[in-house]
Design a binder for this molecule. Structure first.
Ligand code: VGL
Ligand code: ZN
Length: 208
């Protein structure tokens, strides 16, 4: 059993969104082809889903601006522009994403007191989402991860998958992902590789 995890392919992370990832919308065509022709048994997606007062928003820290480091729950926290607020167009999946084939959607980032980059658990690793349990119940042996943003939510999701889905082979699909900063993307790929995540391109998946 082979599963595909689509991380945060939402308007907020695409050009025109509140926290745009450069060329973020370019993943949509590749991802739609993976959905159709990638041979996956299970397709899941995460959705960044913040309340309007989320503590990762610079707007909640008087005098602070987006992309400055601040603190949340006593830990260093990148302060973001308000993004992916529940029920707003910014939080919707990209309109061209083939959502009809998605078997399970994992919303995350709902607790205003902590950020949740990973689709599997909050940044402090205390509260877990239902995603790992869902995937375990499906009996998956392989999980491919892609989406937005490589240097944040994609990376943390792939790293948590290694810890939380023992025995499952985890791969990151490079050309079906985009990151916020080129240097962050390089570091994220190194970090994923070091933890045993395979780094592949979509062409390799279509070939198998
Ligand atoms: C993300 C920053 C804040 C992401 C989510 O999806 O990578 N990044 N919230
Ligand atoms: Zn967020």
């Amino acid at each position: 059993m082979k599963a595909l995890l689509l991380v945060d392919i939402q308007n907020g992370f695409c050009p025109g969104g509140n926290l745009p990832v450069p060329d973020g919308d370019e993943v949509v065509a590749v991802v739609n082809r993976l959905i159709e022709e990638g041979g996956y048994d299970v397709i899941v997606a995460s959705q960044d889903w913040h309340p309007a007062n989320h503590g990762s928003f610079a707007s909640q820290h008087p005098g602070r601006r987006p992309f400055e480091m601040g603190k949340l729950c006593g830990q260093p926290q990148m302060l973001w522009p308000d993004h992916c607020v529940q029920g707003t167009p910014d939080a919707e999946f990209h309109a061209d994403l083939n959502t009809g084939e998605i078997d399970y959607i994992q919303q995350k980032g709902e607790n205003p007191a902590i950020d949740s980059y990973s689709a599997f658990r909050d940044n402090d690793k205390a509260a877990v989402t239902a995603l790992a349990g869902y995937l375990r119940a499906q009996g998956i042996k392989e999980l491919d991860v892609c989406g937005l943003a490589t240097d944040y939510c994609v990376k943390f999701s792939a790293l948590d998958a290694v810890d939380m889905l023992p025995g499952v082979q985890i791969c990151f699909i490079e050309d079906a992902s985009r990151g916020i900063e080129p240097e962050g993307v390089r570091a994220a790929i190194d970090e994923m590789r070091a933890k045993g995540v395979g780094v592949v391109r979509s062409e390799q998946i279509f070939k198998d």
